[in-house]
Design a protein around this ligand. Structure first.
Ligand code: HEC
Length: 160
């Protein structure tokens, strides 16, 4: 619902600016956008931050317990090291984004849906679509993880 409202608001803004000179129009839009993204931890310009977005897939309303589950994280690390490192590093942008601090810009459910369901996310989710653009249309391939494996990798990402 919040998402819908945000789209309506943005839509209204564009329509609202319609009568004005072109330069002003994009200026107003950018200003409004950077305001919403003020607290963005993401270094990538133009990729929205919306912690209420759970993405598209089986995971909804996930919250982590305070303590990291070390056993689960280490199972996740094994998986990560075998398949994700082809495109991701913790602190440096590679083919895909650096994943350290990912939960400061994405909700846990969003991250897990991105891991388990990237093909659909890249087509339907506004953040994933913006990331795809930011990363020069490099496709995050579906690694066919199970929900349990995804949960383990998600736990590992907390430790980065
Ligand atoms: C073939 C390269 C590739 C592989 C393998 C890959 N990714 Fe990605 N990943 C990407 C790219 C590229 C993006 C940015 C979206 C896009 O362009 O598809 C991304 C985005 C992400 C994001 C969103 C990051 C953010 O800043 O919001 C997460 C989380 C993620 N990947 C986790 C993983 C995990 C975990 C694995 C292993 C199970 C993995 N990825 C495997 C390429 C890859």
């Amino acid at each position: 619902m919040k998402k819908v409202l945000m789209f309506l608001a943005l839509g209204g803004l564009i329509v609202g600016c319609g009568g004005k000179e072109k330069k002003e129009e994009s200026g107003g839009f950018e200003m409004k956008r950077s305001k919403t993204e003020e607290k963005a931890a993401d270094t990538s310009e133009g990729v929205p931050v919306d912690m209420n977005n759970d993405g598209v897939g089986p995971f909804k309303d996930i919250s982590f317990s305070n303590e990291v589950d070390a056993e689960l994280a280490s199972a996740g690390e094994a998986k990560f090291s075998s398949i994700c490192v082809a495109c991701h590093m913790a602190e440096q942008r590679m083919i895909g984004p650096a994943l350290k601090g990912v939960y400061e810009r994405r909700s846990p459910a969003w991250v897990m849906n991105m891991i388990i369901n990237p093909d659909v996310m890249l087509k339907e989710d506004p953040i994933a679509k913006a990331l795809l653009k930011e990363y020069n249309n490099a496709i995050m391939l579906n690694q066919n993880l199970t929900e349990d494996e995804t949960r383990a990798v998600a736990e590992y990402l907390r430790t980065l």
